[in-house]
Design a protein around this ligand. Sequence first.
Ligand code: BT5
Length: 313
Amino acid sequence: MNETRRALLSAFEAGPVGGPELAERLGVSRAAVWKQVEALREEGFEIESTDDGYAITDVPDYGEAAIEFGLDAPYTVEYHDAVDSTNNRARELADAGAVDTAVVADEQTGSRGRLDRSWTAPSGGVWCSVVIQPDLPAAHVPLVALAAGVATASACREAGVDAHLKWPNDVLVGETGERGGRKLAGILTEMEGEADRVSWLIAGIGVNANIDAETLPDGATTLRAECGGDVDRRVFVQRLLESLHDLLADPDAVLDRWRAYSSTLGQNVRVELPNRVVEGEAVDVEFPGGLVVETEAGTEVVHAGDCEHLRPQ
Ligand code: BT5
């Protein structure tokens, strides 16, 4: 987005403001202000000229400026109607040096799950990848993935859906089925770097929002199905990004929040690791994100893998 337009939007957040004052504050001509006001109107903002100056009276449903307007987190948003994968686009931006940027798309045509699985992402979802400030050691990255899960579950709960987290970060609803519930959202965290220095870090978040569940793989659910109606995706993404930002600023809070939302703790689980299987009772999650499992042979902490909730014996 044009920088003047972005500055204009943040000036409007505080209320009506006159053209000459805007021009002076932003250090641009009054004609430039007028041009950007017109551009915002074309994007769907309703901007009235009142006695106190320009005032925003309506915001478009979704899109770059719509998400940034009123967003209480320092993310720049890049919006696409369609993109192959928001994680791929976020990676391009990260390679070019971007941080604190959220790539949001209405539809993805080549999106990915973990372990090269595919992710179905039709129009109407919340498909969002955040380029995160990578000022942490690589070993702490799992905590970021858990934070993304907590932020997502929290935004789903604010939207009225009782979402819970299955380790490491599937966002589920209900308790039925071998997956441990109906899958509402998934997280794909990707990074590049050395042990002591992460060069880029991306949290990819996919939430089945305003989508018919029948169009998704078996076992999936959507906010539309769970709420009986569509959610305001603009507000949803804002709450998601704000919650993610707050958690990243307070890493000590992440594990407790995760525990509070978890449906895995207290369950008998089977975790498939690359070379073996661990079975037992999941008793805790520990820094930076490992699942603590009491097995017959003793306590094990698993750090990655697919987790299945087993039925009680
Ligand atoms: C995940 O993988 O759950 C991570 C999904 C991350 C998607 C986001 S969208 C924004 C960003 N851009 C990307 O390209 N990716 C991220 P995993 O745990 O591997 O689950 C994948 C499995 O879930 C698939 O094998 C299907 O069985 C199932 N699945 C596919 N699409 C689904 C959907 N929309 N809802 C629920 N389940 C789905």
